[in-house]
Design a protein around this ligand. Structure first.
Ligand code: CA
Length: 223
């Protein structure tokens, strides 16, 4: 999952970015409102964490412009302590949630997960494709009765495939979502990771869930 963080205080931004990356999110940081808005419009993010007090353009203006352009991506606003008016204005402008600084990272993470779940219209924390189950909280995967151990990147890849079932994912899209940048077309990093993942979830099973779309990328199929 791809998150845009718009926060001008570098220390705070770094702290949030690190925490989210440890939880396998791909994080892009913008340090002012102008950049944040630009990124938000082109970056194909799953969620935005938006500070209110920002240089160039404040968070509420950024949010209003996004909503004005029909960008319905979930937004969590960060407000300074006790700025109740900011909260009200943020929510009125289309924020989905807000958090008052200073906050515990665990609290932010809980809000992020809850919004992403809501966005995906899931009530459960388990993603299911055929007989493959993935718990997005514990990061445990199971195919049939077999538990599958995943590395961090494999988990991120698998979650991305399962959220985009039956959709062909190009190498470019995969690299942007999972690694947050494009690999040179000459490298086979993505293929290596996907082959590891495939052998973990498909070896020994008659039905193969991930297949190659030649010249394009990969697809996970549930039928
Ligand atoms: Ca700020």
């Amino acid at each position: 999952m791809k998150i845009l963080l718009v926060e001008d205080e570098k220390k705070v931004a770094k702290f949030i970015q690190q925490g989210l990356e440890e939880e396998k999110f791909a994080v892009t940081v913008a340090h002012d409102g102008e950049q944040g808005l630009k990124q938000a419009l082109v970056g194909n993010f799953d969620l935005i964490i938006l500070d209110i007090l920002l240089p160039q353009k404040d968070g509420i203006t950024v949010l209003k412009e996004l909503r004005g352009k029909k960008f319905n991506i979930p937004v969590i606003m960060l407000t300074a302590k006790s700025a109740t008016e900011d909260k009200v204005e943020g929510l009125d402008s289309g924020a989905d949630d807000y958090l008052t600084k200073p906050f515990a990272f665990a609290e932010l993470l809980a809000r992020v997960r809850s919004l992403l779940r809501r966005g995906a219209k899931e009530k459960s924390t388990i993603l299911k494709v055929a007989d493959l189950h993935l718990d997005i909280v514990s990061h445990k995967a199971k195919r049939g009765d077999r538990m599958i151990e995943l590395t961090g990147k494999e988990y991120a890849l698998l979650e991305y495939f399962m959220r985009n079932v039956n959709r062909t994912l190009t190498r470019t899209i995969i690299s942007e979502h999972i690694w947050n940048y494009n690999f040179d077309t000459g490298t086979n990093v993505i293929d290596v990771y996907i082959n590891h993942l495939r052998s973990k979830i498909d070896d020994g099973f008659e039905k193969k869930l991930i297949s190659t779309v030649r010249g394009v990328g990969y697809v996970m199929k549930d039928e």
